[in-house]
Design a protein around this ligand. Sequence first.
Ligand SMILES: [Zn+2]
Length: 377
Amino acid sequence: MGNTLGCKPAVIPFTYLGVPVGANMKLKKNWAPIVEKFHNKLSSWKAKNLSMGGRLTLTKAVLGSLPSFFFSLLVAPNGVIGKLEKIIRKFLWGGTEEKRKINWVAWEKVVAPKNMGGLGLGSLKAVNLSLIVKWWWRLRTEENTLWGKVIKGIHNIRNKASNYMASSSIPGVWKRIVGAGDELKKNRSQYIRNYRKEGTLRSQALTDSVLIDWTHDVPIKVNCFICRASMDRIPTNCALQKRGILTGSSRCEYCETEDENTSHALIKCPLAQNVWQWVFHWCNISAPMTGDIGEKLTFIKDWGNCSRKRSNLLAICYSTMWSIWRVRCDRIFKKLRCSPATVADNVISIVFTWIKHRRKKCHYQWTQWCINPFDYL
Ligand SMILES: [Zn+2]
């Protein structure tokens, strides 16, 4: 018959349009090709060659393409979700099969939205559930669709107002979709609680750091760095000592007077203070030179009345912290020395380049920018 119709005969299970058909997708082993695909796309050699921002972007791209094939039709078992999340975690922090790396930010903060203080990756389980329930909703709301008529015919659904959405004696994808919808309806409060836990930050976590504004004016890697710094999750000597990596002193290698924590490295250390002085002098802003990272980020968020000027200051301050951190790393790992005035000069030119190329219509002139970054706004 296959030959007559011009089709190739196949045996169940087989793959159609990239989706496995006829396999029991409740079993973890049947998800192996999908896990493998995920693994290949987020491989360790790519992680080694990408910044944190690049790794975050690639992970989001992979997460965005996989659901359209699998997650929109198949309910993934918890074990599979756990396995996929493990691959993402390893990739995001640059780990390999042999070597584990520190996961600097808790998973619930990685998946939490940016406006809630997270890195905005999104929860796999929440994505899967919402895509699955979409079908259940479409069958109830969209009338006269061909696929709807087929499902209704197979499962003998006569009344759209009826709660009865699938025949219990007919196993398959549709039964599992209805099962997910019914479960969501029954345990709505429990799901909301779980989603809060996975998809957003818990109230405790919200209070321990300043919520930062992500800006398109600087690269994602800089936004990521500031987000991590606001949570005190960057590899300072204090953080490394706390995690048992550094066994020696946690003193700052630059000034050798205080312990190196996030606020000291980026704000209080003489190197940082000098750079901030240069940068604020250029901006013609009188700002406190002391305080911790939270105070500095709050000062930027609340500064002035003009949102356009504030967005320029945001890009300048984020780039200043990023540049200070890079100079500190270069000094430790490459034994390079750089004066605060040079760091400030780099900040002026790097922010100009980023803003000029990242904003759609930007008419800034270099000479004007060097005199004052807010003059022509
Ligand atoms: Zn210091």
